[in-house]
Design a protein around this ligand. Structure first.
Ligand code: AHR
Length: 514
C-alpha cells in the first residue's frame, strides 16, 4: 500500500461537530486470492557488527556470570530467540571493509589484536568465524557473512567461502578441522562488501570500479561453492545530489549474471520532533523499493527469464540520536534509546516489507544488541527496547503469503508528503490463519475501521496484540517496561469485523479463517 492507494474522499481531516471531533472511519477489504507474493522469513533478519557493545558486551561476554562456558550471554540469546531472528548478518557494516577473517580463527589467546579503522578502536578478534557460526546454530538463524571488498582481496573472499563451506580436502578445510570444526557450515548468504558507494567506506570505489572488482570476487566465490547466494552492495547514499539510482544500475550491469540480491540501507529519524512527518518515513521506503525494483528489472532485461535479483534491505532502523561523536567514543557507541514513536515507525517499515514481498526477500534490522538495537544490556541486566515488540510480533506471526489490501480511510496533513494515510496496513495468510497489521499514524484520534473479508469467513475469536502507551515518547529501561505488547481477544462477525485502532498504536489482529 502507498499513499496513492488511499481515497481522500472519506474523511480528509478531523471534523469539529458541536465541540466534538467526529470519529475517523476507514474500510479495509481483504481478498485472500489477491496475493502479492510469498513472505520470505529472511525479512525478519538482524545484524551483528563488531561495533561498540553489540558483540563484546552484548552477544558475547567471556567474563560475565550471565554467559555460558563459550562466552555467549544466555539472556541475550534467549531474547534473540524470542525475537524470531531468521538471518544474522556479520561482521559488518563498515567494519567488514577492514576485517581480516584469518585473524579471527584458531586459539583465542593467540589471535592478534588489530587497529580497527571503521569505528576507531582495537579489534580483539576473540569473536570470529567459529564463534559467529556456532552462535547462529544456537539461535536457529541462517548466517549471512559480508566479505571484505574494501581492504580485502579476491583471494581472501574466496578462501573464506572455502574454509566455511568446502567438503574437499584442502589447506583451508584442514585448517578448519584443526580449529575444531569437521563439517562445513554451508553458509548460503554472502555479501560482496558493504556500502561501497560511500566515501566513508574503506576501499570506496566508483560504481564501475566496484562492479568490476565485485564481479571477480563473485566468480571465485561461486566457483568455490555454486550454492552461495551473493548480495551486491547497492547505494544507500540518497542525499546531497548523489546518484543512488545510477550507482545501482551500473553495478547491476556488471553483476547481473552473478548477484542474487541488491543490498540497500535506510536509517530514519525525527530531528524536527514532528510525529506526523516521522511516521511517513515508510512512504519514502516504499518509493525507494519501487525505484530499486525498476532498476533491477531494467538490468535484467535481456537475461534469461529465470534469472532473478531480489532486494536485500540489510540495514534499516531508526537512528539519529546516538551518532558517532555524540557518544563520546569508547565502547558505548550508537546506543540509541527507543520510544513508542520509534516502535511505530519500525512497524510501518515491516508493513512495507510485507507489502513488497514479491521483490524484497531479505531485511536485517540494524543491529541486534546495544548498538541501535532492540535488546539492551549492562554487565548484570538486560531489557527489551520498544522496537523489540513490533519486530517480534511480525517475525512470529506474519508468515505465508502477503495479501494486497484495499484500504480507504482518512489522511492527515504533513510536511513531507502533503497528506498521508492515517492507517498503514499489511496482511498475510498462512494455512488459513490470517494476520492483519495496522499502524494508526494519527497522534490524537482513533480510527474506526470496518474490515471486510471478500471470500472467506472469520472464525469468531480474534486475537488482538497492541503496542501502545499514553505517551509517544515513552521508553523502556532496566527498571520499567512501559511499551510492550498487550493481548486480548475480541469477536468477529462472519465476514466483517469492526475495530477501533487507537491513536499512535500498532495492532496485530490474528484469526483463523473458515
Ligand atoms: O549499522 C551502523 C553502520 O551504518 C554500518 O556499519 C554501516 O554499514 C552503516 O552506515
Amino acid at each position: 500500500m502507498n499513499r496513492r492507494s488511499f481515497s481522500k474522499t472519506l474523511v480528509a481531516a478531523p471534523f469539529i461537530l458541536r465541540g466534538q471531533q467526529a470519529p475517523l472511519r476507514a474500510r479495509i477489504k481483504i481478498d485472500t486470492e489477491r496475493v502479492i507474493g510469498d513472505i520470505d522469513p529472511k525479512i525478519y533478519g538482524n545484524f551483528a557488527e563488531h561495533l561498540g557493545r553489540c558483540i563484546e558486551g552484548g552477544i558475547f561476554d567471556e567474563n560475565s556470570s550471565l554467559s555460558d562456558a563459550n562466552g555467549y550471554r544466555r539472556d541475550v540469546l534467549d531474547a534473540a530467540k524470542k525475537l524470531g531472528v531468521s538471518l544474522l548478518r556479520w561482521p559488518g557494516g563498515n567494519f567488514s571493509s577492514n576485517y581480516r577473517w584469518k585473524d579471527g580463527i584458531g586459539p583465542r589467546d593467540k589471535r592478534p589484536p588489530r587497529l580497527e579503522m571503521a569505528w576507531g578502536t582495537v579489534e580483539s578478534n576473540r569473536f570470529g568465524t567459529h564463534e559467529f557460526l556456532n552462535y547462529c546454530e544456537m539461535l536457529g538463524a541462517e548466517p549471512y557473512i559480508c566479505a571484505n571488498l574494501g581492504t580485502g582481496t579476491w583471494e581472501e573472499a574466496q578462501q573464506w567461502v572455502e574454509y566455511v563451506n568446502s567438503s574437499k580436502d584442502t589447506a583451508m578445510t584442514r585448517l578448519r578441522k584443526e580449529n575444531g570444526r569437521a563439517d562445513p557450515w554451508k553458509v548460503t548468504y554472502w555479501g560482496l562488501g558493504n556500502e561501497m558507494d560511500g566515501p566513508w567506506q574503506m576501499g570506496h570505489r566508483s560504481a564501475e570500479d566496484y562492479g568490476k572488482f565485485a564481479l571477480e570476487a563473485a566468480k571465485l566465490m561461486k566457483w568455490t561453492d555454486p550454492n552461495v547466494k551473493l548480495i551486491a552492495a547497492g547505494s544507500s547514499n540518497y542525499g546531497g545530489g548523489s546518484d543512488w539510482i545510477g550507482w545501482n544500475r551500473t553495478v547491476l550491469d556488471f553483476l547481473k549474471t552473478h548477484a542474487d540480491y541488491l543490498s540497500l540501507h535506510m536509517y530514519v529519524g525525527n530531528p524536527n520532533n514532528d510525529f506526523g512527518e516521522f511516521l511517513t518515513s515508510s512512504l519514502t521506503l516504499g518509493e525507494r523499493i519501487k525505484t530499486a525494483e525498476g532498476v533491477i528489472n531494467a538490468a535484467l532485461s535481456g537475461q534469461p527469464r529465470g534469472r532473478k535479483i531480489y532486494i536485500a534491505w540489510d540495514e534499516w532502523n531508526v537512528w539519529y540520536r546516538a551518532r558517532g561523536a555524540s557518544q563520546g567514543g569508547g565502547r558505548r557507541m550508537l546506543e540509541e534509546k527507543y520510544n513508542l514513536e520509534d516502535a511505530l515507525v519500525v512497524a510501518t517499515f515491516l508493513n512495507t516489507f510485507v507489502n513488497n514481498a514479491h521483490i524484497l526477500k531479505i531485511a536485517n534490522m540494524a543491529q541486534l544488541v546495544n548498538v541501535i538495537a532492540p535488546i539492551f544490556t549492562d554487565e548484570k541486566r538486560m531489557f527489551l527496547q520498544t522496537i523489540y515488540y513490533p519486530l517480534a510480533l511480525f517475525a512470529n506471526n506474519t508468515k505465508g503469503k502477503a495479501l494486497e489490501l484495499l484500504v480507504k480511510g482518512p489522511s492527515y496533513p504533513n510536511r513531507r508528503f502533503g497528506d498521508a494515510p492515517c492507517l498503514d496496513a499489511s496482511a498475510a495468510i498462512d494455512n488459513e490463519t490470517l494476520v492483519i497489521n495496522v499502524v494508526n499514524r494519527h497522534q490524537d484520534q482513533p480510527v474506526e475501521a470496518g474490515i471486510e473479508l471478500e471470500d472467506k469467513q472469520f472464525a469468531p475469536a480474534v486475537e488482538v496484540s497492541e503496542v501502545n502507551a499514553p505517551d509517544i515518547k515513552a521508553e523502556n529501561s532496566f527498571d520499567s517496561t512501559t511499551v510492550k505488547t498487550v493481548k486480548r481477544t475480541i469477536e468477529a462477525g462472519k465476514n466483517s469485523l469492526r475495530y477501533s485502532f487507537p491513536p499512535h498504536s500498532f495492532t496485530m489482529l490474528k484469526t483463523k479463517l473458515t
